[in-house]
Design a binder for this molecule. Structure first.
Ligand SMILES: NC(=O)c1ccc[n+]([C@@H]2O[C@H](COP(=O)([O-])OP(=O)(O)OC[C@H]3O[C@@H](n4cnc5c(N)ncnc54)[C@H](OP(=O)(O)O)[C@@H]3O)[C@@H](O)[C@H]2O)c1
Length: 289
């Protein structure tokens, strides 16, 4: 068990960032949280506002922290911002920052389905980010998450919005599998990964105890609302993703769903010793609403 002095978090105001900061702050971990925009710091937290990590004084502010948790990432591209600049190049910059600030441990959230055999641009960018971390010689833990579920994750917010509009939509047949994991478990695992030596230099799937088809998931989510569910032909779903910038599912959201990725939950349980929440039970209980 490592004695923690201070932890740095990038992507501090994102979904995982917000939940993780709350959990670590409650557990009396000193935080230095970095975001592009202003936010209210928690107990034991120092904030840094930075757009591109170019400020010279960042190193002196974060140096000798015990770990950096890198939560910056994008899953949709545009002409302004692409996978290479954020997922690959910014990760390289963060790795350099760790080296210059003498931070020995980095935790990174990659994606379930990432591998050296992938042909998907999104996964290639995450794979390259993983390699730059592994090749740096820093002590690392890389997680490859499936859908991380809470009250305010992307999928939950999307399904709530569709329920409000009285029409749930499933791209294609909905028979592809997901392996959702609860955010409260994710923040615990990340905490463990910076505390315990068993996580050192490991790549772990960050997946929940159950695999479930997307259709089952949506049905369970909306059970109490009796909202009708419409299956959208896959070709139409891709057409919308390609042509409408604000479509509910982006091209890579669809690719990931159709990819049908499953992970090794047992390995995660064995190493973390955590008893994981069943996301299906959570849905049944209505606690995500
Ligand atoms: N949530 C999931 O189910 C899931 C599944 C697989 C992988 N992941 C990975 O886990 C990490 C965190 O996910 P999340 O759900 O917390 O995502 P999120 O809510 O979208 O947060 C990502 C954060 O990245 C930062 N960011 C985004 N674009 C940026 C840019 N152009 N320049 C600088 N910073 C930028 C932002 O931080 P600030 O606004 O604070 O600057 C943003 O809040 C990501 O790498 C994601 O790919 C998540």
């Amino acid at each position: 068990m490592v004695k923690l002095n201070q932890v740095v978090i990038t992507g501090a105001t994102g979904f995982i960032g917000k939940n993780l900061r709350k959990y670590l702050s409650k557990n009396n971990v000193k935080l230095i949280s970095i975001s592009r925009r202003d936010f209210k710091p928690l107990k034991n937290e120092i904030k840094i506002i930075s757009k591109n990590f170019d400020e010279k004084n960042i190193i002196s502010k974060i140096q000798n922290s015990d770990a950096l948790i890198h939560l910056i990432g994008i899953g949709k591209q545009s002409v302004e911002i692409d996978y290479n600049s954020i997922n690959v190049e910014l990760t390289k910059k963060i790795v350099n920052l760790c080296e210059n600030a003498k931070i020995k441990k980095i935790v990174y959230l990659s994606g379930l389905g990432v591998s050296s055999n992938t042909s998907l641009g999104y996964f290639i960018s995450k794979y390259k980010a993983e390699r730059s971390i592994i090749n740096s010689g820093l002590n690392f833990t890389i997680f490859r998450p499936s859908y991380i579920i809470g009250k305010d994750d992307y999928l939950t917010k999307l399904l709530k919005k569709q329920i409000k509009n009285n029409q749930l939509q499933i791209p294609g047949p909905g028979n592809y599998l997901i392996q959702p994991i609860y955010i409260d478990d994710v923040v615990k695992v990340i905490f463990e990964s910076i505390m315990r030596i068993e996580f050192q230099n490991k790549i772990l799937d960050l997946v929940g105890p159950e695999t479930v088809t997307f259709e089952q998931y949506v049905k369970l989510f909306s059970k109490k609302t009796k909202t009708s569910i419409q299956k959208i032909n896959l070709e139409d779903s891709y057409y919308n993703a390609i042509n409408k910038i604000k479509s509910d599912y982006g091209v890579d959201d669809l690719n990931i769903l159709i990819g049908n990725f499953k992970g090794n939950h047992q390995k995660l349980t064995k190493i973390s010793q955590i008893k994981f929440q069943s996301v299906l039970e959570l849905l049944e209980s209505g606690r995500l609403f």
